[in-house]
Design a protein around this ligand. Sequence first.
Ligand code: FAD
Length: 484
Amino acid sequence: PRGLAWFRRDLRAQDHTALYHALTRCEQVFCAFVFDKDILDALPRADRRVEFIRESLVELDGTLRALSQQERGGLIVWHAVTSDAIPALASALEVQAVFTNHDDEPQALERDRRVRTRLAAAGKAFHTFKDHALLERSEVLTQTGNPYSVFTPYKNAWLKKIDAFQLKSYPVERHAHHLAARPQAYCQPVPTLRDLGFEPTTLPQLRLPTGARGAQQLFDEFLGRIARYEDTRNFPAVKGPSYLSVHLRFGTISPRLLARTAHRLMLEGNPGATTWLSELIWRDFYFQILHHHPHVVGRSFKPAYDAIQWESGPDADALFAAWCEGRTGYPLVDAAMAQINQTGYMHNRLRMVVASFLVKDLGIDWRRGEAYFATHLNDFDLAANNGGWQWASSSGCDAQPYFRIFNPVSQSEKFDPEGKFIRRYLPQLAALPTKALHAPWLARPLELQEAGVRLGDSYPLPVVEHDAARQRTLERYAVVKTFT
Ligand code: FAD
């Protein structure tokens, strides 16, 4: 039989579940990716993610061609409405089955339902596999058979359940002789950004390596410092985390390879690897929250929190704009927003700080921040992003208590003690003494003058006063107490 391996958020040819199953079950396997018009049309015309995907597809196409050892081997790439394109391709290529990996985001599930129905009508099968998560859906449940909503017991159950089978690799290369040659009409190169209607971005200047090779390079480099992860991961000026999130998002590296390596290092007593594996478990945790509680898209995980009245109107809009553009007057918040705006990445500690600031200092609905991150993060992932925002707004599962409110100045003193990160992203403050850098409005006039900082001009005064904002937040959240 003939099969079609459909790539989505798994842009690699190594250890790929759906491709492996297609190759072991079919004589001839075609490979395809569709740039979905419905998704692309809604994006800004310069989008780093589109460029990242395109670069990664160019590499994937080359890898598949090399693996197939055929001149016409390689990836078929279309720019179309996916739910039309996949059934059309399956018919044109005369395959009996389409193989793909799970994508549990609500819109993706809806798309897959349409594809499955159309394929079924044409007498073709649609096989889907776990690949993106390590343990997914209902694989980790409580003893009473319910999904977990608190991380630590989930993690403990996850660690009990994970085994060599779950972490094993799917060796595509051993079966690569089943990769088919594309018909001549399907041999076009990967479309250019211009073909897709997009403009080049700053991606090439970011030193963010793309594709499976880029991911492997980052992982190799991270393994050299994973032992120190626990000690370094909270300091944005330090190279602490792996920076693999965008690769995990688009599947340019196998999550099993990462978890297998971290698990082995954990058993060898590597403290950093133990903590890092926990982060991969958080990823699975939020996938399963989204799977079991799809209402979190747009609504609070805990319904009582939907009663909160957020700030709205022109003043709130102006505060939101100040947050987005990094003009709040709180240097750590502003530097973090400069980081996301310039690079599409933001350090995890800073995601927590800026999310808390938006919701609990500015009183703005977490969904507005979530949407901003969704547009600007290279690694935007619905489940993790929603989980992170609901954690910060205290409306989520296992969220921080609503009365615990980050102080943006003490966070700055604690996690950027020398002000290195702030100086990197806010050069207009770079000459300030470190103490003044965390709260410039408290600096002595002479310090400001010597550093060339004119508050309210070269750098803003704080848009809110933290202690007063904290009090307003406690009052705002009081409505929740009456419900719970
Ligand atoms: P590392 O520290 O090296 O962690 C390794 C991997 O573990 C990450 O790449 C990621 O896949 C996973 N991971 C780590 N922390 C989390 C977490 N809290 N939840 C889920 N997975 C995690 N992560 C995203 O991948 N996409 C998002 O859209 C996203 N939005 C967030 C929004 C907010 C408000 C917050 C607080 C966190 C968000 N995170 C998101 C989680 C986390 O900040 C990023 O995964 C991390 O900063 C990525 O950097 P890294 O790859 O260097 O991480």
